[in-house]
Design a protein around this ligand. Structure first.
Ligand code: DSN
Length: 478
């Protein structure tokens, strides 16, 4: 396929959009320029392929398709069936999963589908059983009351937010925190690593219905075999949210004990992070949960997005190619090179390094909060996000950490040498930024000082670093 085809496709698309609302066409063009020019180190972002992007921009968006393949609530879903079945087949083959459900619109949605499936499967409630066999109309007010109480009081054990867990693992800003009675396991204060004995102890004490593994800011491998043994020892369902590292599982960097799919009863993921697909979610599960998982829409999801399922099928087909394994390994090589470059320059890293795609810098070592560091780096053309560190004294808003990840820059083709240069740029900015003060002289968690000339210089160096690795080289909108 010629590069010219990509340029023609996107140019034509913009021309059509421009004829209706030129400001949207301009914003789409500007977004490409911005993404091309910034050193993107957000651990949860990537660049989907042109084929994946194009699969989303079409009339599949016009179709309603509630239900699942072959069992729809709308007529005329034969082509949606084709793409949904293809996406599910690629997902099963790629991950060695018994069942794949590719409708969730996001990671939060995928987790909701999983929670519902586990509750419906595990909660011993006569009212629920009635509802399951669709005798919903026979449920009395008392049944509904009992059902709400039983479903809402189940226990979940997941990783604490400041140790790298995710909001959807039972924390208050997400509905899971209201649905579940949640307890967290943290990490060892000395090493920053998961202490599996402590997890087992918490499980024994708390007896959760669901044990959740997975993270959004933990820079190490997780032993899913051990977590499954812990879940089994207390009769819990073992769920893994692999949204961040799905690409490393797909690319066979995480195998054996570190591959969640053979160990968990149910696995959720997003498709747009290290997996490099369209923005969306997915659930993989053991056969016994498949029926409940497939009820995701309309149980907790709105109508499926057929255009996104088409793009998932394309991206998952790409991830099954041999070069994806090479990409996944390079993500980790780059993260380790970045970590080593930072450590050599004196940075303090949570757990002292990384086994995966992300590095968590404890910026208190620079006398900064996460928020000050994030903004100073952004001023210098380096896009990251602030993140809590274990036992963070600055809370979840200001934080004491900066999370950086390599999936996006690896897609652009940057390698370990460039990661060392990236470490130098980050180090320069963080050592040259000074925390500011409030009007009353107290230390500010948000204000900071950074010489604008230095920020400009670093931004130019970042652009130079990116120049040999153009983003979407086949797309010329000029
Ligand atoms: N927002 C994603 C992340 O950045 O990790 C997870 O939801």
């Amino acid at each position: 396929m010629s590069r010219n085809a990509e340029s023609t496709a996107f140019r034509s698309a913009l021309e059509v959009i421009r004829a209706v609302e030129p400001r949207v066409a301009d914003a789409i063009g500007a977004e490409l320029t911005d993404q091309r020019e910034s050193l993107k180190l957000i651990a949860s972002e990537n660049y989907a392929s042109p084929a994946t992007l194009l699969a989303m921009g079409n009339w599949f968006s016009d179709k309603y398709a509630e239900g699942t393949v072959g069992r729809r609530f709308y007529a005329g879903c034969q082509n949606v069936d084709t793409v949904e079945a293809l996406a599910a087949e690629h997902a099963r083959e790629l991950f060695g999963a018994a069942h794949a459900y590719v409708q969730p619109h996001s990671g939060i949605d995928a987790n909701l589908v999983a929670f519902w499936a586990v509750l419906a499967d595990r909660v011993e409630s006569p009212a629920l059983k009635k509802a399951q066999v669709r005798q919903v109309n026979d449920l009395t007010e008392a049944d509904w009351f009992a059902l709400r109480r039983e479903l809402g009081n189940q226990r979940m054990l997941g990783m604490s937010l400041d140790a790298g867990g995710h909001l959807t693992h039972g924390f208050r800003p997400n509905i899971s925190g209201k649905m579940f009675d949640q307890r967290s396991y943290g990490t060892d204060p000395a090493t920053g690593l998961i202490d599996y004995d402590r997890v087992a102890e918490a499980a024994r004490e708390f007896k959760p219905l669901i044990l959740v593994g997975g993270y959004s800011a933990y820079p190490r491998k997780v032993n899913f075999r051990i977590l499954r043994e812990i879940a089994d020892s207390v009769g819990a369902t073992f769920m893994v949210d692999m949204a961040h590292f799905a690409g490393l599982v797909a690319g066979k960097v995480f195998t054996g004990d570190f591959d969640p799919v053979p160990h968990a009863h149910i696995v959720t993921t997003t498709t747009h992070k290290s997996l490099r697909g369209p923005r969306g979610g997915m659930v993989l599960c053991q056969p016994e949960l498949a029926d409940q998982v497939d009820r995701g829409c309309p149980m907790v999801l709105g109508g499926p997005l057929p255009h996104v399922m088409a793009a998932k099928a394309v991206a998952l087909a790409e991830a099954r190619r041999p070069d994806f394994a090479d990409y996944a390994q390079r993500i980790v090589d780059n993260a380790q090179a970045l970590a080593e470059g930072l450590l050599r320059r004196g940075a303090k890293l949570v757990t002292g390094g990384t086994d995966n795609h992300l590095v968590l810098i404890d910026v208190s070592g620079y006398g900064l909060t996460g928020r000050q560091a994030e903004q100073a780096l952004l001023d210098s053309g380096i896009v990251t996000n602030r993140n809590s560190v274990p036992q963070d004294p600055n809370g979840a808003w200001y934080t004491s950490g900066i999370r950086i990840g390599t999936p996006a820059l690896t897609t652009r083709g940057l390698g370990t040498a460039e990661m060392d240069q990236t470490a130098e740029l980050i180090h320069t900015v963080l050592t040259q930024t000074t925390a500011g003060a409030n009007a009353d002289g107290t230390p500010s968690k948000a204000k900071y000082t950074l010489d604008p000339a230095l920020a400009d210089k670093v931004a130019r160096q970042a652009t130079d670093l990116l120049a040999p690795h153009p983003l979407y080289p086949g797309i010329d909108l000029a």
